[in-house]
Design a binder for this molecule. Structure first.
Ligand code: PLP
Length: 417
């Protein structure tokens, strides 16, 4: 990253907050396993439980609802597999899952795994061209399969496009059918108000490194009445569903970061939305550049700008921006240095070429107007060069027929942020 002067990839990972780094470093000076019964262990347990209480208070949950994990992926897996297995064990007829088609692979893959290896029926819930969940289809799925559904999982906000989902409607519909709802709030936390009790969700995923805690920290919030089966087996920590010695340093750093992020959320969202709109206005001045998602900024995350660029590949766009000192992303998976067509954009009805031409800028706590202006200033030349490269490649390489392009979803690909 040495050449990066303008980091606009905060949805991939963001700066560690000083308060999180401080408690993390302080915890490393202590000795003691929180499961040990001696004084050192009891002290570690006390610090862990204080972190649990602080985290719970920040997100509107009960301390007993907080299950510490090693990040968002683990929490999503525990929610999807754990809730599916837990519910099916009690009610064998509940052998289906419904998840949105635009979920992060951390949700899509466990759902697909259950379908492929454990006999689960899977409903992939479609979204409209603006990326918002199709509630009519959700209601139809609930009417058709309600008594067989173990779980509905719909993310709070999408990691690629920043589109915020109509979660209140999802929860209302699923509740009426007696189906618990899980939501991946990894991108939403700290950017829009997130309150577990008020959301009506049965489970919610959060990840530390998106809000200023170190990578490898996270939590699943899970209501006590949600039957969860363990995914990992071992010493029975964390209500018996997430075995393994809990990392007190990570838990404390997570609690500190989430507390700060939630406290700043309202002011920060207003600041970032202004910067976002400035970036959008500058980007849309370039011909053939389109904004993804609903026109209403309130239905998009305040810090995320997702663009489609006609006639250009994401790889060339990102390379050009990188050369200009601007770190951005396509938002979707990259395999051997080449971006896959985004499963999110395909689900929104874009064709493969459009799904390969995406650009995501994501703003965060350290983003300034100068960062945004640098991206806007670089864009016209970067887009022009990327289009020239695209046109050259198309002249040289015969475009394969649609069926020959390795479509797939990005689900199994490494590196989706
Ligand atoms: N869910 C979403 C929406 C994400 O954006 C990410 C990370 O990019 C994850 C889950 C995975 O979180 P983690 O990197 O903590 O495993």
């Amino acid at each position: 990253m040495s050449g990066t002067r303008h980091y606009l990839d905060h949805a991939a990972t963001t700066t560690v907050r000083p308060e999180a780094a401080a408690v993390y470093a302080e915890e490393l000076t202590h000795l003691g396993n929180p499961s040990s019964t001696h004084a050192a262990g009891r002290d570690a347990r006390r610090r862990l439980e204080e972190a649990r209480e602080a985290l719970a208070a920040a997100v509107g949950a009960e301390p007993a609802e907080v299950l510490f994990t090693a990040g968002g992926t683990e929490a999503d897996n525990l929610a999807v597999k754990g809730a599916f297995w837990g519910r099916r064990a009690a009610e064998p007829a509940r052998d289906r899952l419904a998840v949105s088609a635009v979920e992060h692979p951390a949700v899509l893959e466990p759902a697909r795994w259950l379908a492929a290896h454990d006999g689960a029926g899977l409903d992939l819930l479609p979204v409209g061209p603006d990326g918002r969940l199709d509630l009519v289809t959700l209601r139809t799925v609930l009417e058709t399969h309600g008594p067989r559904l173990a779980l509905v999982s719909v993310m709070w906000a999408n990691n690629e496009t920043g589109v915020v989902q109509p979660l209140a409607d999802v929860v209302a519909a699923a509740r009426a059918a007696g189906v618990p709802v899980h939501s991946d709030a990894v991108q939403a936390l700290g950017r829009v108000p997130v309150h577990f009790a008020r959301s009506g969700l049965a489970a919610l995923t959060l990840s530390g490194h998106k809000v200023g805690a170190p990578v490898g920290t996270g939590a699943l919030l899970a209501r006590r009445d949600l039957a969860l089966a363990p995914v990992e087996h071992g010493g029975g920590q964390e209500r018996g569903v997430r075995s393994g010695t809990v990392g007190v340093a990570g838990a404390r750093a997570l609690a500190a970061a989430v507390t700060a992020a939630v406290a700043e959320q309202e002011a920060e969202a207003a600041r970032l939305a202004r910067l976002r709109d400035r970036l959008v206005a500058g980007a849309l001045a370039v011909p053939g550049v389109h904004l993804t998602g609903p026109a209403d900024g309130a239905a998009r995350l305040p810090g995320t700008v997702h663009l489609g660029v006609d006639g250009a590949d994401a790889d060339a766009l990102l390379f050009g921006l990188d050369m200009a000192g601007v770190a951005a992303s396509s938002g979707s998976a990259c395999r051997a240095g080449v971006h896959e067509p985004s499963h999110v954009l395909l689900a929104m009805g874009r064709d493969e070429e459009q799904a390969r031409s995406a650009l995501r800028f994501s703003l965060g706590r350290t983003t300034t107007a100068a960062d945004v202006d640098a991206a806007v200033a670089a864009l016209p030349a970067v887009v022009e060069n990327a289009r020239r490269a695209h046109a050259t490649v198309r002249r040289r390489v015969p475009v394969p027929a649609a069926g020959h392009v390795p479509v797939g979803t990005t689900a199994a690909a490494p590196g989706v942020r």
